[in-house]
Write a new protein. Structure first.
Length: 234
């Protein structure tokens, strides 16, 4: 954009885009650059941003977006409500929890054992930014196979253990996952029943199964899991 074009655009919009003319996107002749180093640190840049946000809406803008959001959704997106889960691996089992109970994911911390433990699922306590949290073994708690260390399969990069912090009405706790895939959004209509072999095992906290690529993810019932956590701590 030439200076003449920039000046013409400024006259139309009332916005002084000086960064395109004498700033970092222009010829860098602005004397304020010596103090601020970059246009984004300059008060003029911030003032112009506020001016852009405060300007009136263009004609037809509100009506256009009203029609867009009022239109019916076609296809699979309109077949039901969506939920979001955190997908992780314990041993060979892929499981998930609603994001509402997953508070943070951090690197594993040293686990300090507690004396006189009544439950094999309670590993000890971990320090997460100064807060001592009970660390549990989800493999013991749910009755699934214990996991190993880093894995490499299907050309994916090596995956490492992560500490997942969960929270409920009675407080926060943590467990180690052999791998955390991340967040996954799905339609509730995609959920399927739990196989009888799973329902008869100690993994009764699995309320449904979700197809996920070539795998199936066991969707844990957050209320049941938190109750199991409370009972293992008591």
């Amino acid at each position: 954009m030439t200076r003449g074009e920039a000046a013409a655009e400024q006259m139309q919009t009332g916005i002084d885009e000086c960064w395109r003319q004498i700033g970092v996107r222009g010829d860098t002749s602005c004397p304020a650059l010596a103090e601020h180093l970059h246009c984004r640190n300059c008060p003029t840049f911030a003032r112009t941003g506020r001016q852009l946000l405060d300007r009136p809406l263009p004609p037809g803008y509100r009506e256009e977006w009203t029609r867009f959001f009022a239109a019916e959704v076609d296809g699979a997106e309109g077949q039901g409500e969506r939920d979001t889960i955190l997908v992780f691996r314990i041993g060979d089992e892929w499981l998930s929890l609603p994001v509402a109970v997953c508070e943070e994911i951090v690197e594993p911390r040293p686990v300090r054992a507690l004396p006189h433990r009544r439950s094999a699922a309670m590993r000890g306590v971990v320090n997460v930014r100064g807060e001592l949290l009970v660390c549990l073994s989800l493999a013991e708690l749910l009755g699934v196979g214990a996991g190993g260390g880093p894995v490499r399969n299907e050309g994916r990069l090596a995956a490492f253990r992560r500490l997942v912090v969960i929270g409920g009405p009675s407080g926060r706790a943590a467990f180690e996952a052999d791998e955390v895939h991340g967040l996954h959004s799905y339609l509730r209509s995609e959920l399927g029943p739990v196989p009888a072999t799973v329902a008869r095992s100690a993994t009764a906290a699995v309320m449904s199964m979700l197809p996920w690529g070539e795998r199936s993810v066991g969707c844990l019932d957050a209320a049941i899991l938190l109750d199991l956590v409370d009972r293992s701590i008591a």
